[in-house]
Design a protein around this ligand. Sequence first.
Ligand code: GDP
Ligand code: ZN
Length: 459
Amino acid sequence: MEHDTIAAIATAIGEGGIAIIRVSGPHAISGVDSIFRARKRLIEADSHTVHYGHIVDLATNETVEEVIVTLMRGPRSFTAEDVVEINAHGGVIAVKKVLDQVLQLNDVRAAEPGEFTKRAFLNGRIDLMQAEAVIDLIRSKSDRAFTVARKQAEGTLSNQIKALRQTVIELLAHIEVNIDYPEHDVEEMTSAYIRDQCQSAIEEIERLLKTANEGRILREGLVTAIVGRPNVGKSSLMNILAQENKAIVTDIPGTTRDVIEEFITLNGIPLRLMDTAGIRETSDIVEKIGVERSRDALQGADLILYVLNNNESLQDDDRQLLEQICDRAVIMIINKTDLPAALDLDEVKRYVSEEAIVKMSMLEQKGLTELERTITDLFFSGGLEGGDLTYVSNARHIALLKRAKQSLLDAIQATYAGIPIDVIQIDARLAWESLGEILGDEAGDSLIDQIFSQFCLGK
Ligand code: GDP
Ligand code: ZN
């Protein structure tokens, strides 16, 4: 497919020391060459070389900016097309001026968001799963989420999906042979083979889906609600966690004074912390809104940090709420252990297991390490360190894996029901297509447009 030539600023706009203007397409090299003054012409230069020179305004013949230009001839470039990257070191104005010159060239237009990555995909250099990982890379808020995205961008997960597809294509080939040579004994064998092959594909899909929850947590953060009666130390806990772990995002818009959200990374696990107004029955209308919000926050939480005051006995409010949430992922924080104990621990243990109880003192900053460990143990059964960090974390991938699994289950069912083999073939084909859609093989134009529209400009 022949594309036109596109250009955009590829780095974040701002006060950065350097900015890159990326140009990709058949006219990238000749176009930039015509406005670039250097010792050597770009059109004569080798691929993967760097050139110092000046961008000039053709109308006035004046120098616009001193630049360094990198040249990459397709297909050995990010987009698999000819790519020129102009490194300008000036501020916003200088960079815009250079871009203006590039955009004034014949056959060069401004790139749409994500269009460079889209070309890499359309030119077959990366699959859709890898392209989506590029979005995640840009957005990742923690080191670990970044590593997960990078692995996906490199194709680790794609390779696992390809292996899965291989299993299904073997199955399809086998069925094909059987349709061409329909003999009874062959059919018997084929049924057993179909079941085996489907079963092993299903097991692999299930393994991948199991990683989805951990993947989602790493990507989006563990939605964590801090709850408890007033004055037990919820805000103190929130503040300590946020201080110690460098809140990346504070005061996310849309939150009220009742539910405050902070994004932190604890032991490599991203948490979205919500401090909720005290949850209790109330008649005050303003306070009631806060309480309802708190209940909502509680509903959507992956993890509940329930704070109790060591210096107080358990109250009826607590008992009621603990009754409602004891089947959820709860960690019980016994705060104010610097004060004399008045809380009956045995009663607390009726609601949660001993491992889920963490004794802390916000005042003395005690118990944080234990809290971190407890959270890690609760969500990452295999531990966080040893894992290979290949997670399925994208909702689209999860839905397609589930669909593929269902088709394979249907195929197995059909063999038992004595359904003709050419009907079973349809199920196998559906599984093949669902898996292909993950990689972008079967993806329609509108899906592709939708995915790439999430990108920022210049990527
Ligand atoms: P919240 O209403 O649950 O958010 O509780 P706060 O975090 O606002 O704390 C209520 C009061 O308890 C404040 O005066 C805190 O200084 C105090 N406090 C919090 N944690 C501790 C602790 O571990 N020990 C002691 N002695 N006081 C604490
Ligand atoms: Zn508070």
